[in-house]
Write a protein that binds this ligand. Structure first.
Ligand code: CAO
Length: 475
């Protein structure tokens, strides 16, 4: 009997173990299937015909002027649905700044707000906040670049946003990060100055200069866009949103990192690639302004070309890259420099850069900038013509790639704009005109936020979207 029972128990134990193994195998299979389900099948649609990179992402765009709009425009170009919330009656202040065509939105606005929809909303009214709450609950990302504290004063603290929609990513541009200046309002050139760009731009004997490239505004907008896309990617794993902050000072400094490199190199001696080294001008305590010197290890400057006396842009940037030095010597008619101990090797050339570039300039002045470009590029010598905005606007190659685009606008007609400079082979950008103020208010209230016709009537009657309330209109 006892033997029989022991046998039965053994069989039972075996069955149990087998069952457990089966369960384990089942759950393993389930996990594998889940993983497979997470990895989408490779699309068989033609390139560029399977939607856009950010399709399905909804952005509550609370940005104005340049830094924030640059960011949301990029996201819109990649397919995000960008809903620009603007103050009734006025909208983004740039709509009316630097106006060239009376009655039409300025180029300042139209060139920074392509592919977006516009809803007018008084965020400080009760009904306006009702709509904002729905927007926060519906969207994936809120982007803003108000002055410090403005969003909190509206009642949209991070805690509130997060409690309404824990998946929401709230992204901000501010002038400065936490610290002494965190409450300051900041515009482009303030950031260029505070981020180290101005002190290192210009000539040694002149004042600090700001650059034409909007590294404070558009540069920070670019940084913010990367932060947002990264936060969206992390959300796929964690399920929760986060706050993304880009301070303009930080963004400018990031773009000026080679100047902080030079600041530290100064402790170990003069910066030999700077023109002032060859001129025997002593270095001070901080990275100096370097004129048009190259910021890298290959010396370079701007040289005159044929026509410089009358054309302010008849210049070329010329780099004496070491591997092509011998070709440069032959090209400018100075073959003896190939073997001369004062010129043959890069370290020997550093104290003589002014003389060397002077000799190269004698050659470039006999050619147009495009002739220099053609002759040098044929020999792999890196040079760059100083192109005017007129030349860029007319450049057929830039038009062909969509970097310079013509856009139609109902109030201003055709205008030129800069298209998406980031080209994705499977997410092709179509540049659409910027929205008129409040052009999509009704469509967003009903189709995106799903307010009923009665609710929409209530919201509108309150004046939150800017239209005159019925009662008052009748008075
Ligand atoms: N409904 C009601 N009120 C609204 C609104 C809306 N739809 N949209 C904005 N407002 C309100 C804000 O709540 C704020 O009100 P309070 O000051 O009473 O809180 C007010 O409009 C103005 O906002 P602001 O202070 O941001 O605007 P500003 O023109 O005075 O300053 C700027 C502009 C750019 C200096 C400032 O926004 C800023 O420093 N931003 C951060 C840095 C930045 O992005 N700078 C780059 C700008 S591009 O050169």
């Amino acid at each position: 009997m006892a033997k029989k029972k022991a046998k039965k128990d053994k069989v039972k134990a075996k069955d149990k173990a087998r069952g457990k193994a089966k369960d384990k195998a089942k759950s393993g299979k389930k996990r594998a299937l889940k993983l497979i389900a997470k990895t989408p099948k490779i699309s068989s649609k033609p390139w560029g015909k399977d939607g856009k990179a950010l399709d399905g992402v909804k952005i509550l765009d609370f940005t104005h002027v340049q830094s924030g709009p640059t960011c949301t425009q990029l996201l819109a170009w990649f397919g995000a649905d960008v809903i620009k919330v603007e103050r009734p009656g006025q909208g983004d202040i740039t709509r009316g700044q630097l106006v060239d065509v009376p009655g039409a939105d300025s180029l300042y606005f139209t060139m920074l707000n392509h592919n977006k929809r516009s809803i007018t909303l008084d965020s400080k009214s009760k009904e306006g906040m009702r709509v904002l709450e729905r927007l926060v609950k519906t969207c994936d990302v809120l982007v803003e670049n108000f002055a410090p504290g403005a969003l909190d004063r509206m009642g949209l603290t991070w805690e509130r946003i997060h409690s309404w929609n824990p998946r929401m990513i709230a992204a901000s541009v501010k002038g400065f990060g936490p610290g002494a200046y965190e409450d300051c309002k900041v515009y482009e050139n303030v950031a260029q100055c505070a981020g180290g760009s101005a002190s290192t731009t210009g000539f040694l004997d002149g004042p600090p200069l700001v650059t034409g490239a909007q590294i404070g505004d558009s540069g920070t907008g670019l940084h913010l866009a990367l932060g947002i896309v990264s936060a969206l990617y992390q959300r796929n794993r964690t399920g929760r949103g986060q706050h993304v902050l880009c301070a303009m000072q930080d963004g400018v400094l990031n773009l000026c990192r080679v100047k902080l490199r030079d600041q530290q190199r100064l402790a170990h001696g003069p910066l030999k690639e700077y023109t002032q080294f060859g001129q025997n001008i002593p270095f001070g305590e901080a990275t100096p302004r370097a004129g048009n010197d190259s910021g890298g290890g290959q010396p370079g400057v701007i040289l005159k070309c044929k026509g410089w006396e009358t054309d302010p842009n008849a210049y070329i940037y010329f780099i004496t890259q070491a591997p092509v030095w011998e070709k440069i010597c032959d090209l400018i008619g100075q073959p003896d420099w190939k073997t001369h101990p004062d010129y043959a090797k890069p370290p020997a050339r550093l104290p003589r850069l002014t003389e060397i570039f002077g000799r190269i300039e004698q050659w470039t002045m006999t050619k147009t900038k495009f002739e220099v470009m053609n002759e040098c590029n044929a020999l792999d010598i890196p040079v760059g013509p100083i192109l005017s905005m007129k030349e860029i606007a007319e450049d057929p190659a830039l038009r062909a790639t969509g970097t310079v685009v013509e856009v139609d606008h109902p109030k201003r007609g055709r205008y030129l704009s800069v298209g998406n400079p980031i080209k994705l082979s499977d997410s092709i950008t179509e540049v659409k005109r910027s929205p008129l103020l409040g052009e999509h208010t009704d469509e967003i209230l009903s189709k995106v936020l799903k307010f009923t016709p009665r609710e929409i009537a209530e919201i509108k009657a309150s004046g939150a979207t800017g239209e005159q309330p019925q009662a008052r209109a009748a008075e």
